[in-house]
Design a protein around this ligand. Structure first.
Ligand SMILES: O=C(O)c1ccccc1N[C@@H]1O[C@H](COP(=O)(O)O)[C@@H](O)[C@H]1O
Length: 229
């Protein structure tokens, strides 16, 4: 049984076609992610704008359309502002080594969109104390809506060591920010995650694909496991 009685937010990431988004209509999804970083899942601004329309046309959790999230890695700020004029994202997920000045400048320019900060959990981070994590994140937190922790690289389908979650959860709580978990999740391990850790959201990409293509059967199975946990 899950250790929380609140169903975490569910982000399905790396969509590249409107038909799969439409097939997700009615699932208890809260965010759909589009990758604008160099990746096998990368979409252009013009496809991104078409896919945001598809996201806005479906119902997710609580009969509301899922939020549209864009995933970026060290994307030049001026290009980001141009892209946001064309693609009305609700969430900008910063998955690179963006500095605090970048967060501050982008936050100032955003109208309604919010920023998610990603921290990659490599072997050195698994050992950090809560106080170290708080010190490191403090400069960013005025600009950030959520904290997301993931395996290094992003979109690799590999999990990180979940022993690191407790310290990040404590740090996120200190800042009163929700914590989202990504990295190698799939229908076969998400129940274990939710039984072992209290998390506010989960994020999946590779684990709901077959041969590199999003698979609606796997998406439905994944969402079902999260709801049942
Ligand atoms: O999905 C990608 O291709 C990607 C590329 C660059 C940065 C992040 C990327 N995806 C993010 O990775 C995690 C989880 O991925 P997975 O489930 O392990 O495949 C998620 O936050 C995606 O937004």
């Amino acid at each position: 049984m899950s250790i929380s009685n609140v169903i975490p937010s569910i982000k399905i990431c790396g969509l590249r076609d409107a038909a799969t988004i439409q097939a997700m209509n009615g699932l208890a999804i809260t965010e759909v992610g589009l990758v604008f970083a160099p990746s096998k899942r990368q979409v252009s601004a013009s496809l991104g704008s078409e896919l945001v329309k598809a996201i806005q046309s479906i119902e997710g959790r609580d009969q509301k359309s899922p939020k549209a999230a864009g995933v970026f890695v060290n994307y030049p700020l001026k290009d980001m502002l141009k892209l946001l004029e064309r693609v009305p994202l609700d969430i900008v997920q910063l998955h690179g080594q963006e500095k605090v000045d970048y967060y501050a400048a982008l936050h100032k320019q955003l109208d309604d969109a919010v920023l998610w900060k990603v921290v990659s959990i490599d072997a050195s981070r698994q050992l950090l104390e809560v106080s170290q994590i708080i010190e490191e994140l403090k400069p960013f937190m005025a600009y950030v809506d959520r904290l997301l922790i993931d395996a290094p690289g992003g979109g690799t389908g590999k999990p990180f060591n979940w022993n690191a979650i407790a310290a990040y959860r404590a740090a996120a709580q200190h800042f009163e920010k929700p914590l989202v978990i990504a990295g190698g999740l799939h229908a076969g391990n998400v129940t274990d995650l939710l039984q072992q850790h209290r998390v506010d959201g989960i994020d999946v990409s590779s684990g709901v694909e077959t041969n590199g293509i999003k698979d609606i059967v796997k998406i439905k199975e994944f969402v079902g496991k999260v709801i049942e946990a």
